[in-house]
Design a protein around this ligand. Structure first.
Ligand code: C2E
Ligand code: CA
Ligand code: CA
Ligand code: CA
Length: 274
């Protein structure tokens, strides 16, 4: 065990204070970030596993902080969620992704859906499905060119969730479950919820080659999704061996550095023109 000197407690307190100060700073800066347009979206292509064609893009939030440079989502989204400002940020993401997708379409590029990540807080806003419909209307984007990604942690109140999901799918918007396999109750709700697509979490995909358990899990998720008439996309695909395994097990789509990292919108436009 570690020697506990008289100053240990003091050190711990200072570290703790530093961490909470940092959270406060980020929280403060996030408000300004929206007003000063410090956010932008990058997009990561999703590929058909068998033809290699781009079949969608995921919008991923980027924050260019004026003093600190790029801050990754993992460092500010949890804080934005706790403080509630994620609702406004998420609304911006939704609008920007729809606007951008319509702009690509108007430029005559390949038409594909854009996937947008949702936080629970956004989803629980009153009349959320109608507010999404209003955004689509405003930018003139057909509902089938938008997909919303939800996570399993959002599936707490099953009745309320089903109701909101049904309203969204009635509009024609696609729904996918993000990070599939990492949350709770993965299987029970799948039968009841109107879900188009499962995204197999990166943690399973990255270990396909070395961990027989993970390989089994991935194969089982693909088979199950197909039995439930859902599409499956593998996240975090980085190697040719992973691609080979996923193809063998008839995974539908893939996303990951093997295909392309997330890139700025201009780069996507080039890819969709090719
Ligand atoms: P996610 O939704 O699971 O997004 C995929 C993350 O994996 C992205 O990280 C992406 O850059 C990364 N990634 C993609 N391919 C690979 C790969 O082959 N290998 C590895 N190691 N990583 C890969 P990013 O952009 O840092 O986003 C992290 C998380 O932040 C996202 O995870 C998502 O949960 C959240 N996030 C990002 N944008 C938004 C947003 O607009 N709204 C909300 N609520 N959350 C967002
Ligand atoms: Ca996602
Ligand atoms: Ca994910
Ligand atoms: Ca493992």
């Amino acid at each position: 065990a570690k020697e506990s000197g008289p100053n240990e407690c003091q050190v711990y307190r200072e570290e703790w204070d530093e961490a909470s100060l940092e959270r406060l700073r980020i929280q403060h800066d996030l408000r300004r970030a929206l007003i000063n347009q410090e956010f932008m979206l990058h997009y990561q292509p999703q590929y058909d596993m068998h033809t290699g064609a781009i079949v969608g893009v995921e919008a991923l939030l980027r924050w260019h902080h004026p003093e600190r440079g790029m801050i990754p989502p993992s460092q500010f989204i949890p804080i934005a969620e706790d403080s509630g400002i994620i609702v406004q940020i998420g609304q911006w993401v939704l609008e920007e992704a729809c606007r951008q997708n319509k702009e690509w379409q108007d430029a005559g590029l390949l038409k594909i859906p854009v996937s947008v990540n949702l936080s629970m807080r956004q989803f629980w806003q009153p009349n959320f499905p109608e507010s999404v419909a209003a955004v689509l209307e405003r930018f003139g984007l057909e509902p089938r060119y938008l997909e919303l990604e939800i996570t399993e942690s959002m599936t707490m109140d099953a009745d309320k969730l089903t109701n909101s999901l049904l309203r969204l799918t009635d509009i024609g918007i696609g729904i996918s479950i993000d990070d599939f396999g990492t949350g709770y109750s993965s299987f029970s709700y799948l039968k009841h919820f109107p879900i188009d697509r499962l995204k197999i979490d990166r943690s399973f995909v990255s270990d396909i080659e070395d961990d027989p358990d993970d390989a089994e899990i991935v194969a089982a998720i693909i088979a199950m999704a197909h039995n439930l008439h859902m599409q499956v996309i593998a996240e975090g695909v980085e190697t040719a061996q992973q691609v080979h395994f996923l193809k063998m097990h008839l995974c539908d789509e893939m996303q990951g550095y093997y295909g392309s990292p997330p890139v700025p919108s201009e780069r996507i436009a080039e890819m969709l023109a090719a």
